[in-house]
Each structure stands twice: as C-alpha cells, then as structure tokens.
Design a protein around this ligand. Structure first.
Ligand code: CP
Length: 309
C-alpha cells in the first residue's frame, strides 16, 4: 500500500478491524509505550488535524492520542481562520499541508472530501467525518466499546435509534458489524430510515433486520441500544427538522425489562434524546465510550504509520 488511509470503514478488512481492537486494548493496558531506543512510539512525527466542521470529541481525542504517542499536532478547528476564507481550494490546501506533516486527520462537510484529500495527499489521511457519509474512527471506537462490554462482536443484536438517514456513525457501524453475524433493529421516523444501500448490503450478507418507528417496549432482546442525534445541520428544510427533532427520548423508566448486560451507546453530542436520569443507570455507557476513543485512535494512527508490530 502506497499511502494507507482510513476513509471508509470498508477500507479495512475484518482481520484489520480485529487487529485495531487488539492494538486498542494494548494501548488501554499500557498507554505509555516506548520504542526499543526509549523514545515514545511516534516521537519526531507531526500530525495535522484539519477540521472544516465543528467537533469536540473527534478532534480532541485524536489530539490526545497524538500527544500520548509522542508526536506533535498542527492544524485548525475553524477553516475561516485559514486561506480557505480567501478562496483556496481543498486541493491546494491539502497539497500544501502534506509538506508539513506525516499524517492528516480531516473532517469536512462534503461527502467524498476525505477520499479526494487522500488522492491529493502524499501522507495517510484519516476521515474524521465527511458530511452524512462515513465516520470510520468513530466506528472503531464503537466496536471496541461493544467488544469490551459484551465480550465479543459476533452474534449480537444491535438496535440503532434516531437519524438513520443522515447519521454517518450508524452507516459506518452497520458496515463494520456486517462482518460479525449481527441482527439489527432500526428505529427511526419514516423520513429518516436507514438508506436502501445499507439494507441491500445486509440482504447480500444474509443478515436480518427489522424496522420500527417506536422505541418504547422494543428493547427487551437487544444487546446494544445505539442512540443518535437528529442531524439538524443536514436538513434542507427547517420545518422537516422541527417535525422530527423530538422523535425519541430515552428515559430511565423505559429500561424496565431489558437484558442486564445491555449497554446504551451514543456517539455524542446528545441534544435531548437521552434523558439525564439515564446517566447513572448501569446500562448507560456513553461517557465510558468516549474514553475508548483515545485507545482506538492511538491504534488507528500507529497501524497506518506502521509504528507498532
Ligand atoms: N462523536 C463525534 O463525532 O463527536 P464530535 O462531533 O464532537 O467530534
């Protein structure tokens, strides 16, 4: 591979996904790993984080991972403070920054922007979210969280709730879980159903799914309930967003009768779809899930840079 990048979760085979799980577990056990010469694993490297769209978790957990590995970070969290505001193209921006760093982590509003950047860049690119398309590093931390809480990835029942049309995290996660004999439940308003292309993939792989519009009373058999935010920024029609914005609110009393081992995940941020009375419930896992992002992202960076055997 000339420049291994992570643009879509489909860029990784099942074996590569499992390797990332192993590396993440290794970093969680031992975050401060060193090379035989005593230096930290990525000492001397520079990694650029380019965020053309807002982020809290993805940018800061990547930067935490980069710092823990001993590399240095350059980049921006607001493209308005860069020459993009003067009209510089994505092509030219990436062509320039590729000279300054060993890897690019990029979030962009446009679907396909990360793939394009990887074709222009002379260094590996990690897609930190492109429009409503893909968010593969989130998927790897989600898978790590699922494996940690359930002890396995194979043969689980996964419920995805909320904005299944525009939610890039559920698209990437579905593709990854399709390697693992997963049974899916999709809960969404009719307007925000899982797109046909993803359901086609499940059909091709012989995996079962059901589609519901009600959350309450339907969680009893699920191993994971993956809540998502309705993606306001992706709607063309504000009235359509107003109609669906409060479609689901998970409250503590709705968890009666669920499996003891069931965990609630959410990529965050939440904007009301999980009531705060759930936060202290033993099923809630979303704040621990966030921490897993550091281990997963350390694993991704080292894997792409070939920094760990
Ligand atoms: N989960 C996630 O992508 O969060 P941020 O938008 O804060 O990065």
């Amino acid at each position: 591979m000339k420049n291994p990048s992570l643009i879509s979760i489909t860029d990784f085979s099942k074996e590569e996904i499992l390797r990332i799980m192993e590396l993440a577990a290794d970093f969680e056990r031992q975050p401060q790993q060193r090379r035989p010469d005593g230096h930290r694993l990525l000492e001397g490297k520079v990694i650029a984080t380019l965020f053309f769209e807002p982020s809290t978790r993805t940018r800061l957990s990547f930067e935490s991972a980069i710092n823990r590995l001993g590399a240095r970070v350059i980049g921006f969290s607001d493209a308005n403070n860069t020459s993009v505001s003067k009209g510089e193209t994505l092509h030219d921006t990436i062509s320039v920054i590729t000279s300054y760093c060993d890897m690019i982590v990029m979030r962009h509003t446009l679907e396909g922007a990360a793939r394009y950047a990887s074709e222009v860049a002379g260094v590996p690119v990690v897609n930190a979210g492109d429009g409503a398309n893909q968010h593969p590093s989130q998927t790897l931390l989600d898978l790590y969280s699922i494996k940690k809480t359930q002890g396995r990835l194979d043969g689980l029942r996964i419920m995805m709730v909320g904005d299944l049309k525009y939610g890039r995290t559920v698209h990437s996660l579905l593709e990854a879980l399709s390697h693992f004999n997963t049974e899916f439940t999709f809960v969404s308003p009719a307007e925000l159903r899982m797109p046909a292309e993803y359901k086609r993939l499940l059909d091709e792989r012989g995996l079962k799914y059901r589609e519901l519009t009600e959350l309450e009373g339907n969680m009893a058999d699920e191993d994971i309930v993956y809540m998502t935010r309705i993606q306001k920024e992706r709607f063309n029609d504000p009235m359509e967003y107003e109609r669906v914005k409060n479609a689901y609110v998970l409250r503590r009393e709705m968890l009666e009768g669920v499996k003891d081992t069931m965990k609630i995940l959410h990529p965050l941020p939440r904007v009301g779809e999980i009531a705060t009375d759930v936060d202290n419930d033993p099923h809630a896992y979303y704040f621990e899930q966030v921490r897993n992002g550091v281990w997963a992202r350390m694993a991704i960076i080292c894997y792409l840079l070939g920094a760990k055997k």
